[in-house]
Ligand binder design. Structure first.
Ligand SMILES: Cc1cc2nc3c(=O)[nH]c(=O)nc-3n(C[C@H](O)[C@H](O)[C@H](O)COP(=O)(O)OP(=O)(O)OC[C@H]3O[C@@H](n4cnc5c(N)ncnc54)[C@H](O)[C@@H]3O)c2cc1C
Length: 502
C-alpha cells in the first residue's frame, strides 16, 4: 500500500512537472528570474591591491563590505569568474534562522541579521522579512532539544517560546498538526533574498572604493616567505598582501590553485526545494516552518510556497563538472526528492492542490564535519577562507565576513572562531574519495537529532593504532579525532557476540 502511495506521489509529481512547462509563468515568478547587474565594475585589473577577494557571491560581497567599512575599500579588489551575485535568485531558499548548534555560530548569525536590518534601514533592499520561524517536534527527544534551546536562549539572547500543537496551527493554519507534540516559536527569525543582499553589499562596497572585476578568474595564488604575495588571473597578475577565498563550492578547487596548495575540504551536494505557483490568500507573513523529524522546511515567497529539506542520504557532485552558473542548478531527480515530498504533503495537505512552478536542485558546499570553514590557512600566512556554508550562507555571511575582516585588519576577532578554523583538517580530509563518501551523510546531520557523542559512520577507519583490533575485540566503541579511531567507551559484549560498531 505504501509503495503504491509512493508511486502515486511520483506519477503525480511528474504530471505536475510536465504541466509547468506548458503554462505561462506569472509575472511574479518572472520577476524572480530577473537579476540586476552591478554598475561601475573595473575593465582592467590594477597592478596592486592590499586584499584580493575571490568570488562575488554573498560571502565575497560581505567581506568586501566589511573591508570598506574599515576604510580598506580603495585597497580591495573582488575577482568574479562570471557576474556578481549571478544565479543566486534560484539558488537559495533564503531562510535566516538565529539558532545554530553552538554559541560561536549563533553570535556570527546574529551579526548577519543585524547587517540585513541595517541595510534595509539605509534603503538597500535585502529581501529581509521578519516573519518568525516555527520548529515542530514529532517526538519526545525533539521536544527535549527544544526545551534545552529555550533555556539556552536566555543567555544566547534569542527570544523564543515553547508552543503547543494548537498554537502551532494558529501560527500557521496550513499545517496538519495531528502528529506534532509541540514546537518552538522564534519571532526574530525571517527570510532574505541572496541576490538582493549580494547586490546591496556590492553597491555599498563599490561606493566606498572597492574594485570589482567580473568575467575574470583566479588561476594561481602565489606566496613569498610563506605569505600571500600575488594572484594570477586570465586578465593578468595582481600583487597583494591578503587573499580571501570566497569561492563557494569551488573553494576547494581554488585552494588547489595556491602554491603551496591550501586544504579546503568541502564538496557540493544536491539540495532540493520546490516552488509552487501563487496560492490565493497565502499570508505573506507565514512563518518559516522547520519540521526536522520529517527533514523538511517551508516558507512563503512572493505569494507562493517554497518547500525543501535535508534528506538523510544526500547526493554529492564533483565541482569540476560544474564550470558555470547555468550548470549550477543540476537536473532534478524526483525519485530522490520523493522522501521529502511525501513528508511535505503530510505536513501541508493543501500542497496537493497547489500547482508546481519548479523543482529546484541547487548545489551547496558541505565540509566533512558539517561546520563552516573560516580562518587563515595553516599553509600560508594571510590566505583566508570563508566557505563551506552548508545551506546557511545567507545567515552566516554578515558575521563570518565581519570576523574575517577583523582577523585581517586587527589580527584577531572578537568572535570565537576556534571550532571553524582550517587547522582542524588534515590532508586526508581533503581527499576526494573521503569527501565523496562522507558528504552523503553530512546534510542529514543538519536536521538530525543532536545526540551527544554523535559520530559519522562514513569515512571511518582511516588511521588505526596497532592495538585497534585488540581494543575492538574487547568491546571498544570508537570515536574519530583528526581521522584517528580512538576508543570512546567499552561495551560489554557477550561471548561469541561480535561487536558491530566501527
Ligand atoms: C537550494 C539551496 C537552498 C539554500 N537555502 C538557504 C537558506 O535557506 N538560507 C541560507 O542562509 N542559505 C541557503 N543556501 C546557501 C546559500 O545560498 C549559499 O551558502 C551562499 O549563496 C553561498 O555564497 P558564497 O558567496 O559562499 O558562494 P557562491 O554564491 O557560490 O559564490 C562563489 C563565487 O565564486 C566564484 N568563483 C569560483 N571560482 C572562481 C575563480 N577561480 N575565480 C573567480 N571567481 C570564482 C563563482 O563564480 C561564484 O560567483 C541555499 C543553497 C542552495 C543551493
Amino acid at each position: 500500500m505504501l509503495i503504491k502511495g509512493v508511486r502515486e506521489v511520483r506519477k503525480y509529481s511528474a504530471y505536475k512537472c510536465v504541466s509547468v512547462v506548458s503554462r505561462q509563468l506569472s509575472s511574479r515568478l518572472d520577476a524572480l528570474d530577473h537579476e540586476e547587474r552591478l554598475e561601475g565594475c573595473l575593465s582592467a585589473l590594477p597592478a596592486k591591491a592590499k586584499v584580493v577577494i575571490c568570488g562575488g557571491g554573498v560571502m565575497g560581497a560581505a567581506v568586501a563590505y566589511h573591508l570598506a567599512r574599515r576604510g580598506w575599500g580603495p585597497n580591495t579588489i573582488v575577482i568574479e569568474k562570471e557576474k556578481v551575485g549571478a544565479g543566486s535568485r534560484w539558488h537559495s531558499s533564503g531562510l535566516v534562522g538565529s539558532f545554530k548548534p553552538t554559541l560561536a555560530q549563533v553570535r556570527l548569525t546574529q551579526s548577519s541579521i543585524r547587517l540585513l536590518q541595517e541595510l534595509e534601514a539605509k534603503g538597500r533592499s535585502t529581501g529581509w522579512k521578519q516573519c518568525g520561524s516555527l520548529l515542530l517536534a514529532r517526538n519526545r527527544d525533539r521536544m527535549t532539544v527544544y526545551r534545552r534551546m529555550k533555556s539556552q536562549s536566555v543567555s544566547w539572547g534569542i527570544p523564543c517560546e515553547l508552543v503547543t500543537p494548537k498554537k502551532c496551527q494558529e501560527l500557521c493554519p496550513l499545517l496538519n498538526v495531528e502528529d506534532v507534540l509541540g514546537g518552538l516559536w522564534i519571532p526574530g527569525d525571517g527570510v532574505g533574498d541572496p541576490h538582493l543582499l549580494s547586490m546591496s553589499l556590492m553597491r555599498e562596497s563599490v561606493e566606498n572604493g572597492v574594485g570589482v572585476m567580473e568575467d575574470c578568474y583566479v588561476t594561481a595564488v602565489l606566496s613569498k616567505d610563506d605569505r600571500v604575495c600575488g594572484v594570477e588571473t586570465n586578465h593578468g597578475a595582481i600583487d597583494c598582501d591578503y587573499f580571501v577565498n570566497c569561492a563557494g563550492f569551488w573553494a576547494r578547487q581554488v585552494g588547489q590553485l595556491a602554491r603551496p596548495k591550501i586544504k579546503v575540504p568541502l564538496l557540493p551536494c544536491e539540495h532540493y526545494y520546490l516552488h509552487t505557483k501563487p496560492i490565493e490568500n497565502l499570508d505573506p507573513m507565514t512563518p518559516v516552518i522547520r519540521d526536522p523529524d520529517g527533514y523538511i522546511y517551508l516558507r512563503e515567497r512572493d505569494g507562493c510556497i517554497l518547500a525543501g529539506g535535508f534528506e538523510p542520504i544526500a547526493k554529492p557532485v564533483y565541482e569540476e563538472e560544474i564550470t558555470n552558473m547555468s550548470q549550477r542548478c543540476v537536473p532534478e531527480d524526483w525519485d530522490h526528492f520523493h522522501v521529502l515530498l511525501q513528508q511535505l504533503l503530510k505536513r501541508v495537505p493543501s500542497l496537493s492542490q497547489a500547482v508546481l512552478h519548479k523543482l529546484c536542485n541547487g548545489l551547496e558546499a558541505f565540509s566533512p564535519d558539517c561546520k563552516w570553514i573560516v580562518g587563515e590557512a595553516p599553509e600560508m600566512f594571510n590566505y583566508h577562507v570563508a566557505a563551506g556554508m552548508k545551506t546557511v550562507g545567507i545567515s552566516a555571511a554578515g558575521g563570518v565576513a565581519e570576523a574575517t575582516v577583523e582577523e585581517i585588519v586587527d589580527g584577531y576577532s572578537k568572535y570565537d572562531m576556534y571550532e571553524l578554523g582550517l587547522n582542524r583538517f588534515l590532508g586526508l580530509h581533503n581527499n576526494k574519495r573521503f569527501l565523496r563518501d562522507r558528504v552523503k551523510e553530512v546534510p542529514g546531520v543538519h536536521y538530525g537529532l543532536p545526540y551527544p557523542f554523535h559520530e559519522f559512520e562514513t569515512g571511518r577507519n582511516l588511521r588505526l593504532s596497532p592495538i585497534y583490533p585488540t581494543l575492538r575485540d574487547n568491546g571498544a566503541v570508537f570515536g574519530q579525532v583528526m581521522g584517528y579511531e580512538r576508543p570512546t567507551w567499552f561495551e560489554t559484549i557477550g561471548e561469541n557476540e561480535p561487536s558491530d560498531k566501527p
